[in-house]
Design a protein around this ligand. Sequence first.
Ligand code: NDP
Length: 256
Amino acid sequence: NATRLIGKTVIVTGASSGIGAATAVLFAKAGSNVILVARRQEILKQVADQCLAAHKESGLTQGGKFATVQLDVSDKTQVAGFLDKVPQDLRDIDILVNNAGFVLGLDRIGDIKDSDIEGMFATNVFGLISMTQLLVREFKKKQAGHVINLGSIAGREPYVGGSVYNATKSAVRAFTGALLRELVNTPIRVTEIDPGLVETEFSIVRFRGDTSAAKKVYEGLEPLTGYDIAEEIVWAASRPPHVNIADVLVYPVNQA
Ligand code: NDP
């Protein structure tokens, strides 16, 4: 029941694009307040405008506060100062969606650049862990909260050319599973959402701006959209407080 999300405050990292942008909009539609986080401020502001429009369309009077915070989750100093950048009236946070992440290339191990290895781990793993540490401390103080982490099918089924990205998403899976067990018997919930192929900017980033290489990834199948995954995130967040959706794997029908 999405009415449980009315008036809740949600952080969505990687909200400037794809799954994160769709997630911000669906929480807005459900009457939540959203703190949109990413590095590209201008695009983030456009998504915040979409959130305002979605909230208005919902006709709901509660919620509907939106803030954008420029943050590189891989920068520990920036993460440490993050809450100071959140407007005072949005600091009582209920849900953290750790969605920021990316893959670069399809390179064999000998060809992967050190900077790409470090970059993927810095955002997908260390950024996710830093944000989780920061918010779990807050959730413990208020004795409520929900951490929702974006893993991937890539963390469950490694493939040739994906070694480092596979390793980052396996790390997310191990971290999330341990956190779930660590927080058992507390009112803090932990969820992992693992998508299959979703058509977003993800492949454009992967192929360093080569849009035709990116398009080829989805040839011959109907990929998921950001909204398909956002619906699962919002669904998991809107379960009754005693229900924890631990783990969700979502494929397009053409993939298995
Ligand atoms: P997009 O490339 O469309 O979006 C990625 C988002 O992450 C952008 O908003 C980007 O914003 C943000 N981001 C990247 N690095 C950082 C950083 N260091 N700090 C803050 N924000 C950052 O990809 P998707 O929406 O597809 O991906 C979202 C998540 O879903 C990722 O974790 C991805 O691994 C996962 N996933 C995606 C799949 C797919 O097929 N698309 C499949 C399985 C999982 P900005 O550049 O403005 O910072």
